[in-house]
Design a binder for this molecule. Structure first.
Ligand code: FQP
Ligand code: MG
Length: 219
């Protein structure tokens, strides 16, 4: 995949927007310059069934209006149903090569990883990109692995120089630089955009920080 699409990867579910309209938050983020979007609908009060499907379709339309890939987290069936641009799966979300067979060669496949072994396995089974994290501690996700820091990005990036990497977990404008300098193509965030009073401005600032950090880094 085009590594540039990972610069600022926004992840959102309807439960992450503090009572606001999630589509408004998404559009603000898109206006602020996010480069990739993942629908991650989980937790208490998450949409299901037809409501989830129509929400996913609305997200996809909005993303495409801004020329941003629309990725579905965990739910391969939903991703196929709404013809998403890709699907993102974690280590507990099923067999990576089975998911690749289900979605075919052209849909994007992202895989969550926490260490070198998982990253190598994901690359071998045809992941288009990997998420590495949690880089720092996060409050958004509670069932996380231990914090690994930017150093894990450096180790994986040096072993797999061709594989697009996005860092995730507790990232902010201030913390983006270390992750990018370690070899990530970008950062993934939920609360650093969705949890802010002004998601557009938050996205714009994060994008600026990533851009600046990428200056001089080979892409
Ligand atoms: N990295 C990324 C991405 N997206 C994610 N959703 C995760 C990591 C976490 O399965 P997982 O994936 O460990 O947990 P959950 O399904 O609850 O999100 F790289 F895209 F930024
Ligand atoms: Mg998952």
């Amino acid at each position: 995949m085009d590594k540039k699409k990972l610069k600022l990867y926004f992840i959102l579910g309807t439960v992450n927007v503090a009572g606001r309209d999630p589509l408004v938050v998404l559009e603000e983020a898109l206006k602020g310059g996010v480069t990739c979007f993942q629908l991650r609908e989980k937790g208490p009060g998450a949409l299901e069934g037809e409501a989830l499907r129509s929400f996913a379709e609305a997200c996809k339309e909005l993303c495409h209006r801004y020329n941003v890939p629309f990725i579905v987290n965990d739910d391969v069936a939903l991703a196929l149903e709404v013809k998403a641009d890709g699907v993102h799966i974690g280590q507990e979300d099923g067999d990576i090569s089975a998911v690749r067979r289900q979605i075919g060669p052209s849909m994007l496949l992202g895989v969550s990883t926490h260490n070198v072994e998982e990253a190598l396995a994901a690359a071998e089974t045809g992941a288009d990109y990997i998420g590495i994290g949690p880089i720092y501690s996060t409050k958004t996700k509670t069932d996380t692995q231990p914090v690994i820091g930017p150093e894990m990005v450096r180790r994986v990036a040096s072993l797999l120089p061709g594989l697009p990497i996005v860092g995730i977990g507790g990232l902010s404008e201030r913390k983006a630089r270390a992750v990018i300098q370690a070899g990530a193509s970008g950062i993934a965030v939920i609360s650093a955009i969705a949890g802010q009073d002004d998601p557009l401005e938050a996205a714009r600032r994060l994008k600026g920080a990533v851009r600046l950090s990428l200056t001089g880094v080979e892409m």
